[in-house]
Design a protein around this ligand. Sequence first.
Ligand code: FMN
Length: 392
Amino acid sequence: MAAPDLPAAPPSPASRAFAAWQLPVLEPAEFHALGPSHGHVLGPEQARYLLSFSLLAPSSHNTVPQAYELDCGGDRIAIYLRRQLVLPESDPDGREALASVGCAIENLALAAEQYGISCRWQARPELGWGDVTPSPSDGETCLGELLLASAPLPEQTQRADKLRAMLERRSVRAEFDSARQLPDAVRSALTRALEPPIRLSSFESAQDKFAWAKLDELAMKHKLEEEPFRRELGEWLLPNEDGDRPRGMRGREFGFDDRVTRELSARLRGEAPMPVDQLASLARAGRIGLCSASAICVLSCADASPASAIVSGRVFQRCALAVAAEGFVCAVHTAVCHVPHARAMSQATLMKSLPPHLIFRLGVPLHARDGQRPHSARPELTELLTTSVSGR
Ligand SMILES: Cc1cc2nc3c(=O)[nH]c(=O)nc-3n(C[C@H](O)[C@H](O)[C@H](O)COP(=O)(O)O)c2cc1C
């Protein structure tokens, strides 16, 4: 969704739901002063600091579906998926939730690396799709763990830039400057961000971008015609004035003013009549954004396992952070991945038979203020910790 012609959004309210973005960037000496305890790689206070970066990662509808557990020895962090936060209508198989947790894992590993801690991800070997589908009652599914080890400290400027990129990142669902070509530095950053088995296809011609925009419109129209999907989207689209709820998306993150947000959310939930042409224009709204992008990037993988869905999230977040250094931002457009006929058409044409797993556009906002829209909310870290971390 996008509304390019609306007035600039108001600043973010001072509230605990937005406090996560105020995290200070510690010097290595300050980080080391937080712990560690007795020869362990990571102390509990250090873990909490690094996990605060993980919390800033993007997630589908801003569900923030992950939970963390630090083992007593301080050399591994287990990562869980909260199945009650997997979206039944937008994400019935849990793929978006896994990609979201992948983003959170990437932020955690990147933050740890800046303080001389390497992280090796080990997915739970027997993890299956049946473990990650939406479930109102099931608690937390263990997805795997990060194994921690001491490593050399990276160079100082690079370290501060990487940590700041996580603090400054946000999804930018606005029109981009279509005259901006993808610079070679961004192309190389994307290539460096890749990791097997994930592949990246990049589309830069006007013709290909238009083709993706048409497929996105087709897929969005299909989804918006489903009443349960609309209701779910409306429930996660929160009023701009809501300063408290720690999950969900405020309209201003899409460029919507207060009135438009309230009306649209009520109409999506079925609590107010939806004007005849509004669904069609909502479906079409992604077109301006997609066509204005410097590139549309598609992550794919022949292996359709849950483990590779997590890696695709890691790769996406690595791309989003790497391109930030060149002033580029991202917006995700997942509808094509979820609608079988749109996905099949993309596979048969643009993707040359590879299945699209995560679609995002890259570019520079046409209006600089759109790149500075208020951040989305986050829950407090303690809510995401299992007892072995929160109990200290
Ligand atoms: C796996 C995944 C799928 C997403 N799909 C969409 C999407 O289809 N449309 C959209 O506007 N944003 C999408 N997003 C962006 C999220 O809505 C966004 O990350 C979340 O609201 C938090 O905002 P932030 O990224 O600005 O912190 C997606 C993000 C992730 C990680």
